[in-house]
Design a protein around this ligand. Structure first.
Ligand SMILES: *[C@@H]1O[C@H](CO)[C@@H](O)[C@H](O)[C@H]1NC(C)=O
Ligand SMILES: *[C@@H]1O[C@H](CO)[C@@H](O)[C@H](O)[C@H]1NC(C)=O
Ligand SMILES: *[C@@H]1O[C@H](CO)[C@@H](O)[C@H](O)[C@H]1NC(C)=O
Ligand SMILES: *[C@@H]1O[C@H](CO)[C@@H](O)[C@H](O)[C@H]1NC(C)=O
Ligand SMILES: *[C@@H]1O[C@H](CO)[C@@H](O)[C@H](O)[C@H]1NC(C)=O
Ligand SMILES: *[C@@H]1O[C@H](CO)[C@@H](O)[C@H](O)[C@H]1NC(C)=O
Ligand SMILES: *[C@@H]1O[C@H](CO)[C@@H](O)[C@H](O)[C@H]1NC(C)=O
Ligand SMILES: *[C@@H]1O[C@H](CO)[C@@H](O)[C@H](O)[C@H]1NC(C)=O
Length: 626
């Protein structure tokens, strides 16, 4: 039986850590379940005596109501608001009817891909089970988000924000804003994520979204013909004269969205963990999986409320209904917003968008998560060790199934995650033979990884052969976006690279018929997912993993977590899980006095009765330093 101190001591430590400026632990307890929500409204049911069977469409809408994924009943989920170097412990209970993993988009998990929450690193959490993530947000700052990574589930929600704040000793290159607001943009279909993935498997184009949500809510009724009555929309309340930091994430399926606030400038200050050159924009194209922070000053006269708009990019007029609209409401506002939405100059002009993307640059003199300025890493002077030109293609039939490929390979996830295969030295599950160019051979489905060189410096050129914008994301790293242009990349394209202040981020867009070049320093050992963020491309196989092994033993990766779930070839190692005991904690744990009292109470119970109840808390002890 564990002694009282075996689990109680770490709790005390957590208080001490705060006091003595160590790296404290923060605990979150999340239940993931379907919730009742219908962001785009439900058709009014006929009242009174009429007795008719519901139409198919009504039935579909009814069923859709129960197919939004919430976290602790919230959609979007709670914000993970933490500070650089904190240890985060998130206990996830999967109350869905299918397996689940959450991934932490942009969190680098230094030497700890065990916590990355994608199919190559973790066995899925079976329905009805819980699993506890433990990771440190090491040497990072900025705006990120989490989402469910399997089975198209992000199309049903399950996402939320991650804010990593600076430690107080690190200066921020702008004044403290008067408020901090997170905005999620997403294209949305009234079909469930299960129906959507079936369509994608069958090669059916998803078509025009039924709407664009802002913070999980439908559009404000800016136009009676396009927006039905009775839809709840987001209202952002602000005070005149104040400046807010607005963090905007595109967490949708596949639609690039242009974000703008009527009559207000967006001063770009940060993207995915890097401080940018501070510039005003009237609008910003935000592609799937990307995150930006803007400072917005409430400098208008509040003659009315103002529209906040997210409209699809590079589409035709049949997409008009798919426009996200919410309301910016000054406390002294004179009345509602009315009239047409603020228009977008340069609409449908990809060169406008590519120029805007090129204008986003790193502020090389701003401080980063660590005290050294972020520009002290002069990436332009480093010799490239490996070059990958990665070409994506639109869906095609391979062995009778619709698949997408990168360099002609459609990723096949093995039943045993790559990390476990590596740990247990199982042979023949994956190969380190991902080609660095498109090969002259038919496309295939395979488990082929990139063999990354530890501390190597890799150049990746994404060449988009599809007809829509794609975004690519690399876990475990931030990369420098050094070039982007239309046409086919050649060696000569390197002369156009930005070798000085390309922004370091984790998700980049690649325009159709265009290329984007990134540079990345492979200093984080692990097996890391490189994927299309666009869900339909990803779901059909557009991903690959990069294995990075440190050949030296002294600075090695974290060990296999004690609570690892086993599956596939290792499923015999897995014990069944039953829920003996549940607790729910407000966050953060350390400041929760009631929790402390509760634990004291349990301790008392344990010491009195000798019941093995304390066992459930033992995991706290293993939340070791990373
Ligand atoms: C995040 O937490 C800090 C305290 O650690 C607090 O000052 C800040 O207001 C919080 N931000 C949000 C958006 O809740
Ligand atoms: C499930 O949650 C309990 C606490 O309720 C925790 O003790 C246990 O370690 C969790 N299981 C896993 C595999 O993380
Ligand atoms: C870059 O960061 C520095 C240091 O915080 C700041 O003084 C400067 O204004 C920033 N420059 C731009 C162009 O944003
Ligand atoms: C951005 O626009 C605001 C007005 O909205 C202005 O006060 C500020 O000086 C501008 N900043 C830059 C860097 O252009
Ligand atoms: C507020 O500004 C708008 C133009 O931005 C102007 O048309 C309107 O008259 C102003 N209203 C007041 C009350 O000053
Ligand atoms: C508009 O776009 C949709 C989907 O992107 C497409 O199916 C439709 O054919 C287009 N309509 C016209 C008139 O081009
Ligand atoms: C992978 O790369 C390492 C060097 O980083 C090399 O030693 C090893 O042989 C490579 N493995 C394969 C299968 O190519
Ligand atoms: C895709 O590649 C083919 C040649 O393989 C080329 O003809 C076509 O223009 C490319 N399309 C795009 C959008 O890059």
């Amino acid at each position: 039986m564990p002694s009282l101190s075996s689990w109680f001591f770490p709790t005390l430590l957590c208080f001490l850590d705060v006091t003595f400026a160590g790296d404290p632990f923060f605990f979150f307890d999340w239940t993931i379940s379907y919730i009742t929500a219908s962001p785009l409204g439900v058709k009014q049911k006929s009242q009174g005596t009429r007795q008719v069977a519901p139409t198919a469409a009504e039935e579909q809408e009814e069923s859709r109501m129960l197919k939004v994924i919430g976290i602790n009943g919230q959609f979007p989920g709670p914000t993970l608001n933490v500070t650089t170097n904190w240890n985060v412990v998130v206990n996830i209970k999967n109350n869905l009817d299918e397996p689940l993993l959450l991934t932490w988009n942009g969190i680098q998990h230094r030497k700890n891909s065990w916590q990355d929450g994608v199919s190559g690193t973790n066995c899925p959490i079976p329905a009805g089970w819980n699993w506890t993530y433990e990771f440190q947000v090491k040497d990072q700052i900025g705006s990120f988000f989490y989402f469910p990574s399997l089975n198209f589930q992000r199309a049903a929600g399950g996402y939320g924000g991650i804010i990593v704040n600076n430690r107080p000793v690190i200066p921020v290159p702008f004044g403290l804003p008067d408020g901090d607001i997170t905005i999620f943009l997403s294209d949305w279909y009234t079909r469930s994520h299960k129906e959507l993935r079936k369509d994608v498997e069958n090669g059916v184009d998803l078509g025009v979204p039924d709407g664009v949500l802002i913070n999980g809510l439908g559009p404000y009724r800016y136009n009676d013909n396009l927006v039905p009555n009775g839809i709840s929309y987001q209202i952002i309340n602000v005070e005149p004269g104040k400046t807010y930091r607005i963090r905007v994430h595109n967490v949708g399926i596949s639609t690039s969205l242009n974000f703008r606030i009527q009559n207000h400038n967006l001063l770009l200050v940060e993207t995915e963990g890097s401080y940018t050159i501070q510039q005003n924009y009237t609008n910003m194209d935000i592609h799937v999986g990307q995150s930006y922070s803007f400072l917005v000053t409430m400098d208008q006269n509040a003659s009315t409320d103002y529209y906040i708009v997210a409209s699809p990019r590079f589409v035709n007029s049949s997409w008009a209904r798919a426009t996200g609209v919410s309301i910016l409401h000054y406390s002294n506002s004179q009345g509602p917003a009315s009239g047409p939405l603020p228009s977008l100059l340069g609409e449908d002009d990809p060169s406008f968008s590519i120029n805007q993307a090129r204008s986003i640059r790193w502020n090389v003199s701003a401080g980063a998560a660590r005290p050294n300025p972020q520009g002290s890493f002069k990436y332009g002077d480093i010799t490239v060790t490996d070059v990958y030109v990665i070409l994506n293609r639109p869906p095609e039939l391979i062995n009778g199934k619709w698949r997408t490929t990168l360099n002609g390979i459609s990723y096949l996830p093995p039943s045993t995650p790559l990390k476990l295969v590596q740990q247990f030295k199982i042979l023949g599950v994956y190969k380190l033979d991902f080609p660095n160019r498109l090969m002259n051979r038919p496309p295939k489905v395979d488990t082929s990884l990139i063999n990354g060189t530890y501390r190597g410096f890799m150049e990746i050129i994404f060449q988009n052969n599809d007809t829509t914008v794609q975004t690519y994301h690399l876990d475990g790293y931030a990369f420098f976006v050094v070039g982007m242009d239309f046409g086919v990349w050649t060696e000569n394209s390197r002369s156009t690279y930005n070798k000085w202040d390309g922004v370091a981020r984790c998700t980049t867009q690649v325009f159709p018929g265009a290329w984007t070049a990134i540079l990345v320093s492979l200093d984080n050992a692990g097996i890391w997912n490189l994927r299309a963020e666009n869900l339909n491309s990803w779901y059909l196989g557009q991903e690959v993993y990069v294995q990075v092994v440190n050949p030296e033993k002294d600075d090695n990766e974290n060990t296999l977590p004690d609570n690892a779930i086993y599956c596939g070839l290792l499923s015999s190692l897995q014990k069944d899980q039953s829920h003996k005991f549940q607790f729910s904690v407000g966050s953060p744990f350390c400041s929760n006095f009631r929790m402390l009292l509760f634990m004291l109470f349990i301790a008392l119970l344990e010491s009195l009765s000798g019941i093995f109840i304390g066992k459930e808390f033992v995991y706290v002890q293993h939340a070791g330093r990373i």
